[in-house]
Design a protein around this ligand. Structure first.
Ligand code: SF4
Ligand code: SF4
Ligand code: FES
Length: 238
């Protein structure tokens, strides 16, 4: 049977790659490969996944040098004639062990960017009505399907150079809330993303947008935040 030569990162930040031979199958995903290693070859391998269908965002890893969601990445798409695969944890995040990264700073930055919705209603009120044809709703819809996988964060060189930078996912989240007419924290949120570690630190090289598995464009949202911050500053609102 055709087999894959797989290099898998083992240990923490100071770890090294370990080699495994894994049988190839039709329609095999990279997550299938990792699962085979953990179930059949080395049960001590640590990795993370939940849904296996591209919804939870927990299975992202660096595959042949590129950040990807592994449950929806087919081996055929990333392995060419050499039958070789390297699988490592996501870049720009602390490694806990093997393929598992510590996601705390990634999600702490969502909180720093005021990523929580704050509306005026209580549970006793009726739903707020939004015009689905409105421009602001279209802008929210274009950015809302983020699954929090951190692929964009791992692909971003500004995060690599400046670990304080809020990063594309947190800023994309802030953008969806700035454009949400029901939300009441716009000025507070714009203040939160206006600093040195916020939207103006983005170099617009679009690596986040190129790698996002949900085809979102954090770059476009960050550009929108830059505009909104500048307009608010001109109006002396910040
Ligand atoms: S566009 Fe901005 S956020 Fe996206 S990868 Fe480039 S620097 Fe990072
Ligand atoms: S913006 Fe895309 S790449 Fe970034 S966390 Fe969300 S889904 Fe993942
Ligand atoms: S396991 Fe949920 S997105 Fe891959």
């Amino acid at each position: 049977m055709n087999s894959l030569k797989v290099q898998v990162w083992r240990g923490g930040a100071e770890g090294s790659f370990q080699s495994f031979d894994v049988p190839r199958h039709a329609s095999q995903t990279v997550l299938d490969v990792v699962t085979h290693i953990q179930r059949m070859l080395d049960p001590t391998l640590a990795y993370r996944f939940a849904c296996r269908v591209g919804m939870c965002g927990s299975c992202a890893m660096t595959v042949n040098g590129t950040p990807r969601w592994t449950c929806r990445t087919h081996v055929n798409a990333v392995v060419k004639e050499k039958n070789e695969l390297s699988i490592a944890p996501l870049r720009n995040l602390p490694v806990i062990r093997d393929l598992v990264t510590d996601m705390r700073e990634f999600f702490d930055k969502w909180a720093r960017a005021k990523g929580g919705f704050q509306g005026p209603l209580t549970r006793n009120d009726d739903f707020q009505k939004i015009n689905p044809q409105s421009t602001s709703r279209a802008q929210v819809d274009a950015a809302i399907e983020c699954i929090g996988c951190a692929v964009c964060y791992s692909a971003c060189d500004v995060v690599a150079q400046n670990p304080d930078y809020l990063g594309p996912a947190a800023l994309n989240r802030a953008w969806t809330l700035v454009k949400d007419v029901r939300d009441e924290k716009t000025i507070e949120r714009l203040r939160a993303v206006a600093g040195d570690a916020g939207c103006h630190a983005c170099h617009t090289h679009m690596s986040c947008t190129e790698h996002c598995p949900k085809q979102l464009s954090p770059t476009a949202g960050i550009a929108g935040l830059k505009r909104e911050v500048s307009l608010a500053a001109l109006r002396n609102l910040l």
